[in-house]
Design a protein around this ligand. Structure first.
Ligand code: SF4
Ligand code: SF4
Length: 362
């Protein structure tokens, strides 16, 4: 891969984070929130241990090699340690930079960056956007004063136009305009793999898409929203919040019990209870640790199969205790993590997105 000098100008190097790494007081508080540490008890799984290794790299005592990269990969990118760190260290940013530097030194790393390129991954998504276009439904406002939202679909919804149909059903009687834009991926998979150049590319493209009048950016994936917020200075609203804002009510044909998994990247779930209170025949049962990680974490589930499955299993046990018929969430990645945990178990609930669940109403 040719690295353009432009990227080097705007991107940090690992050595630029030397002060941040040294800000780590080794208090160990990150251990109490890290799902990987809780599962493995391995200090190298959590930020503190990784910082000790990266400090060694910066001092020249250690090499940024395969072993250190293995520990950088031992991270769900859930961001819980960043939120909790009393020293205010932007943990994920440091790991991403270290991964970028390592990947650029290896053939495998460069090959993965090639697969994630606009040419391969970008065109793969574009192909699906093209073939699913006839099934997509646009939503036009009824009046000039209508609420205008730009819908950031995300890659999962670009592959499957089902969400567009559900959105049309939910919002068809509301005075709302849902604006379609040709967004690229939010960039989260590229941050996870350390492909910072590709991240900068999608960021630049996505920012150009905000060239019209709008009130909010609408999302239905917590991970996309948290990534976009890193570089878009705009007001965001998720589908649950939008439904509450428009005071839309739902009625289910028969009584159903539902539980909710809060994705790590979902900042705020205040919308949930008011929304479910507006759903006739729906009983909400909160599971234990409803906000604990599902264990998926994109490439984490491939690179750390056993640990990922163990974290998902723990989640599944809490889900099963509720005896709910549905477990809902607001992140396509979490849907996979929940399914992974429930796989092979008896009397499991249906796993579905919030929008998918609401579509079952009459
Ligand atoms: S919480 Fe922050 S300061 Fe404390 S050990 Fe973890 S990374 Fe270091
Ligand atoms: S981002 Fe999550 S998984 Fe990674 S070190 Fe921090 S708490 Fe652990």
């Amino acid at each position: 891969m040719i690295i353009s000098p432009w990227y080097h100008e705007i991107m940090n190097k690992l050595e630029d984070f030397s002060d941040d790494i040294n800000k780590c007081s080794k208090c160990g508080l990150c251990q109490s929130v890290c799902p990987v540490y809780k599962e493995t008890g391995n200090d190298c799984a959590v930020s503190r241990g990784k910082f000790v290794m990266l400090d060694g790299v910066l001092k020249g005592d250690l090499k940024l090699n395969k072993n250190i990269n293995k520990y950088l990969d031992l991270c769900l990118k859930c961001g819980k340690c960043t939120d909790f760190c009393p020293s205010g260290i932007d943990v994920c940013k440091i790991f991403e930079t270290a991964k970028y530097e390592y990947a650029n030194k290896t053939i495998l790393g460069k090959f993965i960056f090639f697969l994630e390129s606009k040419l391969v991954f970008g065109n793969f998504i574009n192909f699906f956007k093209l073939i699913t276009k006839p099934f997509r439904k646009s939503i036009k406002g009824k009046t000039a004063k209508c609420l205008k939202v730009i819908y950031f679909k995300g890659c999962a919804n670009n592959l499957c136009p089902r969400t567009d149909i559900y959105l049309k059903k939910i919002f068809e009687n509301s005075d709302i305009q849902i604006i379609e834009k040709d967004f690229d991926c939010c960039g989260l998979p590229f941050l996870s793999s350390g492909n910072l150049e590709r991240f900068e590319q999608v960021k630049k493209h996505n920012l150009k898409m905000l060239d019209c009048d709008f009130d909010y950016i609408l999302t239905d994936c917590a991970s996309c929203e948290s990534t976009l917020k890193q570089y878009m200075n705009a007001k965001f609203i998720n589908i649950g919040e939008l439904i509450n804002l428009l005071n839309i009510k739902f009625k289910f044909p028969k009584p159903v019990k539902v539980t909710f998994h809060k994705p790590c990247h979902l900042e705020n779930d205040d919308f949930l209870i008011p929304l479910l209170n507006n759903c006739e025949n729906v009983k909400y049962i909160q599971m234990n640790d409803y906000d604990s990680c599902c264990g998926f974490g994109g490439e984490f589930s491939i690179k750390n199969r056993k640990i990922s499955k163990a974290i998902s299993n723990r989640k599944a046990e809490n889900i099963l205790k509720t005896k709910a018929e549905y477990v809902i969430t607001t992140c396509p990645g979490c849907l996979l993590g929940l399914q992974q945990g429930l796989l092979g178990k008896k009397n499991t609930p249906k796993v579905c997105s919030l929008v998918d669940f609401l579509n079952k109403s009459i």
